[in-house]
Design a protein around this ligand. Sequence first.
Ligand SMILES: Nc1ncnc2c1ncn2[C@@H]1O[C@H](COP(=O)(O)OP(=O)(O)OP(=O)(O)O)[C@@H](O)[C@H]1O
Length: 253
Amino acid sequence: MDGKKVKLSLEHISQSYILNGKAFDAVQDVNFDVYDSEFLVILGPGYCGKTVLLNMISGLEEPVDGQIRLDGEVIHGSDSRIGMVFQKTSLLPWKTVMENVEVGPKMAGVPKEERRKTAQKYINLVGLQGFEKSYPNELSGGMKQRVGIARAYTNSPEILLMDEPFGALDAQTRYSMEEEIQKIWQSEKRTIIFVTNNIEEAVYLGDRIVLLSNRPAHVKAIYDIDLPRPRDTVSPDFLRIRKEISDNTDLAL
Ligand SMILES: Nc1ncnc2c1ncn2[C@@H]1O[C@H](COP(=O)(O)OP(=O)(O)OP(=O)(O)O)[C@@H](O)[C@H]1O
């Protein structure tokens, strides 16, 4: 990644909580850079602190220690340059697909015609044209995640955080969404930070993979995944990298 521009830096990030009167460490001294326009995957076992880490990047939580820099400047709290796609889509059930996707610019006061144009662009990009007037309960799980992705892009963030966005989908839908998100990222280059506990998904998607330990999460290793895209999940190189990472991954407690 020589010559790449650093977009986001995590510097000595730690998080702990008080549980039953005792300190409980969730994240411990995490350090890594994220490059501009890269697809960075954060991989770690269950409950290791991945969501806590993303919450700190998104500004939902303040770290007890350390700082986060965006384009070199320390940031605090939420920042409109950073958007989020959640594990469970948090769509508004009483709003249509179009209304859900345009909610951000609407709240920001963007005129209707302009925000509809942007929302339509991303509805088309995620393959939901024709479903603009549908309600969330009329959509499959994969389609709901597509709406969540379109909604996040419509806010024009420079960095998109994705917290296990395909974790709740069946295997077949998950594969097609992995393919899809890669295509979207290639046509609309943004920096993506994608959290998963699935090694195959990480190797399929990541330019780099930050491997976290069991809780309290710290960085065990960072892997450069130098395989051509779209990746062949049964090629010898893919399987070799997958095994190398798997051998280095802590078992979920
Ligand atoms: N606000 C909080 N107060 C106390 N404990 C918390 C809080 N938020 C998270 N935790 C604990 O921190 C640990 C890490 O949680 P986190 O949700 O980040 O795990 P994760 O790696 O995202 O797991 P999964 O893969 O299951 O999504 C868990 O044990 C969780 O219970």
